[in-house]
Design a protein around this ligand. Structure first.
Ligand SMILES: *Cc1c(COP(=O)(O)O)cnc(C)c1O
Length: 456
């Protein structure tokens, strides 16, 4: 009898990892420290106290290799974790490739994306510190939804600034956040100094993640009862996402394979880092040797066309300065459909790892991404969120290269979310109304010229 194809690899609830993995102690050198935005000297933990609870600040600067996941968080994770590892067998057949394509599917979470892996512990640690309300930004709406969900479980308030372009295009996302009990504002808003300043110059301002962060930070920082939560970029966020890669390692062990190539999309770097870091640990220890590749949009290419420099995490310059790949904090990306990838910077930890040469990066235009998404939906049955279509497009490029070369590569990707609330983007693509922005260096020059000056 012919061997039946394998479609998915599942873990029992009892096999769910109970620790997150911190890659910092395993790196050949530590990432440069954040700087205080006023003094431009290394920022201490106390500089983050107006924004984050002590437990998250500890994780942010931790050099412990493993950090226990609190029982209460594990208990909530088990609502959807462990997540399945699928083999995209029908996609492989459609492509006629000898490559094997696997994807870890994070769209099974209540919010439909990987973001709940960090929203739940973030809300938990804030509640432990006596905080009753969190503010945040959201791009496409996935992070806002994930935080609203987590806050609803812990009976906390949640106030969200949603990037204007997404707010206008994706009203169902707003409704979903409201279903989970959040208050949602279009950003830039009239509720903050940062928002009012931008609206004065342009009443229909499309917003950006950097602007929405400024607004959420501006509201949280002065109020001792309110803290701010960030859905990507920071070390503690990438830490929480490592459960994706830890599970995937166990799943690959079950089928006795190892990936040759790991691919993920990067907005702020959290789903990619979450998948890749546990595999990078194994690679640094000499046990496996996968190539690890980040994929970003050509409209917002912080890794491939940004500079590695200290910059603010937000547009108004309220956050500590972080050394990262950046297009400049006042860069306003074209309103591409992958709202979650419209961020001017990149995780400082991932940027450092890129500088060390431990990962590769690639930029892909959005029409290629949506073509890949349709091929994926029509073979695998899942409509992907616009963000991970970047990873899918890169997987397909690689699978087609394997078809040429005859290589039987094992490719692993993460499908970070489903696109059920992103159908307006698919409508634009299907109607032929989606184009690719031609990005020349002039596009980045003004914001790159505006980077903060750091004395040596
Ligand atoms: C937010 C988001 C992203 C981008 O953020 P990362 O921190 O780079 O993962 C990607 N995919 C989905 C589904 C998202 O919600």
């Amino acid at each position: 009898m012919a061997e039946l194809p394998l479609h998915k690899v599942l873990l029992d609830e009892s096999e769910m990892p109970t620790q997150w993995y911190n890659i910092v102690p395993d790196l050949p050198s530590p990432p440069p420290p954040p700087l205080h935005p006023g003094t431009k000297q290394p920022a201490g933990p106390e500089d983050f106290l107006p924004l984050f609870p002590p437990a998250l600040i500890e994780q942010e600067v931790s050099t412990e290799r493993y950090i226990d996941i609190p029982e209460a968080v594990q208990d909530i994770y088990r609502l959807w974790r462990p997540s399945p590892l699928y083999r995209a067998y029908r996609l492989e057949q459609a492509l006629g490739t000898p490559a094997r394509i696997y994807y870890k599917y994070e769209g099974v979470s209540p919010a439909g994306s990987h973001k709940t892996n960090t929203s739940v512990p973030q809300a938990y640690y804030n509640l432990q510190a006596g905080i009753r309300k969190l503010t945040t930004e959201t791009g496409a709406g996935q992070w806002g939804t994930a935080l609203a969900f987590a806050c609803s479980l812990f009976d906390m308030e949640c106030e969200v600034w949603q990037v204007g372009a997404s707010y206008d295009l994706k009203p169902d996302r707003r409704t979903m956040m409201e279903v989970f009990g959040a208050r949602v504002h279009r950003s830039p808003s009239t509720l903050t100094e940062a928002g009012r300043r931008l609206l004065a110059g342009r009443p229909d301002h499309p917003g950006s993640l950097g602007i929405a962060i400024s607004e959420a930070v501006e509201v949280a920082a002065p109020d001792p009862e309110v803290r701010y939560a960030l859905g990507s970029v920071l070390n503690h966020v990438l830490l929480h996402q490592t459960i994706i890669g830890e599970e995937a390692l166990l799943q690959f062990a079950k089928i006795g394979q190892t990936p040759d190539l790991i691919i993920g999309c990067t907005g702020g770097g959290s789903n990619f880092g979450g998948l890749a870091f546990p595999f990078l640990r194994e690679k640094l220890a000499g046990r496996i040797s996968p190539v690890i590749r980040a994929v970003e949009p050509t409209s917002c290419p912080s890794l491939t066309r940004g500079v590695y420099a200290y910059d603010y995490g937000d547009t108004a310059g309220l956050t500590p300065l972080m050394k990262m790949h950046t297009l400049g904090h006042d860069f306003i990306p074209d309103p591409i459909h992958a709202g979650g990838l419209r961020y001017h910077g990149m995780s400082p930890l991932l940027s450092h790892i890129y500088q060390l040469g431990l990962i590769e990066a690639l930029a892909v235009p959005q029409t290629e991404c949506f073509a890949a998404a349709l091929q994926f939906a029509r073979t695998e049955g899942i409509v992907p969120a616009p963000e991970p279509t970047h990873a899918l497009a890169a997987c397909i490029r690689e699978a087609l290269a394997c078809k040429e070369s005859g290589e039987e590569k094992v490719i692993l990707s993460v499908l970070s979310g489903h696109g059920h609330l992103d159908l307006s983007s698919y409508r634009a693509y299907l109607s032929g109304g989606m184009t690719d922005e031609q990005v020349t260096n002039d596009r980045f020059a003004p914001s790159l010229a505006d980077l903060p000056q750091i004395p040596d």
